[in-house]
Design a protein around this ligand. Structure first.
Ligand code: BGC
Ligand code: CA
Length: 388
């Protein structure tokens, strides 16, 4: 029995039990009968042990594969398909980063969230195809920044066929389109407010710093960098910033309006031409976004204009580069476009729609639109916005 005990004890080693037994009881030291009995026991034990090892290995394999995937299978999966108008827009990319973080925060042991980001490459037809691919691959919620905000119909049709809710953001579809189906939503900023705030900040700077009116003619000669034809933010910001400045008693003289498609490089080119044309006549640059304001800064840096001959420059978005430029007095103000708040609303809506919850606690306008407020940013409060 002691032998058995020792033989059984061998189970835990990876060596063959037979060899181990031989090691404990060299066969030539034992007579035939005993050898026969021991040999029989040995064979029986070997089989038992083999069987036990087999069962053990099966258990381990089952736990490694079976139990794991069982647990995974119990974990429900939310697949969020994010389709951008382009992946080449710093504001949109910053918002997308916030969205990714927010969705990650919603993950639990019982819910896995997969967010896929695709590029519409500034082409509505291509964006429609990308949406089709995403729907084919399997998707629970679509989040779309339209290339052309007047052309959401194909996307709406495809999503409706598959019963997949769509949260549009940043580029606002008209109400008629959003009312085509009850699972369509929009999250964005209040465009009018951003223009008004930009006008208020600019008016404040112009009133307090008389050197802005460099030629002291009582008028402010200005250029305006516009985002994009047809984009609600470009149209409304342009309109409301000018109106606000006038309402605030600033006399404006328009030199030129230029489209630069929200883009820093294009704005730098346009601004370089304007500098060649108008020289230091330009006293104010109003830009529909920060990227184009930074393009204007780059044009002035490259032109070698001394700071005192440069205009005051204002952007919108509150991107890090613009905050930095405010701290260095390269631009004089911006308006914070609440990317964090918008991402937060998109992720919450995505979760609630996925889980089929009542949509409670949302500040809807026109039933399906959520507009987040903007905030003014100047040298006085820029620190509050750093590292948001
Ligand atoms: C932002 C811009 C951005 C544009 C894209 C606007 O709301 O202010 O920076 O390029 O949206 O659609
Ligand atoms: Ca002037």
């Amino acid at each position: 029995m002691r032998i058995l005990g020792r033989i059984v004890g061998v189970r835990s080693t990876k060596q063959s039990v037979g060899i181990k037994v031989g090691g404990f009881l060299p066969r030539h030291h034992i007579n035939g009968r005993i050898y026969g009995r021991i040999h029989g026991v040995e064979r029986m034990v070997t089989m038992k042990v083999r069987w036990s090892i087999y069962v053990l290995v099966c258990c381990v394999l089952l736990c490694l594969t079976g139990c794991g995937s069982n647990k995974e299978a119990q974990r429900s999966v939310l697949r969020v398909g994010v389709v951008l108008y382009t992946q080449d827009d710093p504001f949109i990319n910053a918002l997308t980063d916030c969205l990714k973080e927010d969705l990650e925060d919603y993950e639990t042991d019982s819910l896995k969230i997969i967010m896929t980001v695709r590029d519409g490459k500034n082409d509505q037809k291509l964006q429609d195809e990308v949406v089709e691919e995403i729907l084919d691959a399997g998707c629970d919620i679509l989040v779309v920044d339209l290339v052309d905000r007047t052309e959401p119909s194909n996307i709406i049709k495809m999503a409706k066929n598959e019963n997949i809710p769509v949260i549009f953001f940043n580029r606002e579809p008209v109400r008629e389109d959003l009312m085509q189906w009850d699972k369509l939503y929009y999250v964005g900023g209040d465009a009018r407010q951003s223009g008004t705030m930009q006008g208020e900040i600019a008016a404040q700077v112009i009133r307090t710093d008389h050197s802005v009116d460099r030629n002291a003619d009582g008028k402010i000669q200005y250029v305006l960098l516009e985002g994009e034809t047809g984009h609600q933010d470009a149209i409304i910001r342009t309109d409301s910033v000018v109106k606000t400045l006038q309402e605030q008693g600033i006399t404006l003289e328009k030199l030129s309006y230029q489209f630069a498609n929200w883009n820093r490089g294009q704005a730098e080119n346009k601004m370089t031409q304007l500098i060649h044309h108008y020289g230091d006549e330009i006293e104010l640059v109003l830009s529909n976004n920060d990227e184009m304001a930074m393009g204007a800064v780059a044009a002035y840096e490259a032109s070698g204009y001394p700071k005192e001959n440069r205009p005051v420059i204002f952007g919108i978005d509150g991107l890090d580069s613009a905050l930095d430029a405010i701290q260095n007095d390269l631009i004089q103000g911006t308006v914070y476009n609440d990317r964090a708040g918008q991402a937060e609303q998109i992720s919450r809506l995505a979760m609630d729609l996925f889980q089929g919850k009542e949509l409670e606690g949302y500040d809807f306008e026109n039933e399906r639109y959520i507009f987040l407020p903007y905030q003014k940013v100047t040298a006085a409060n820029v620190e509050e916005f750093l590292n948001r």
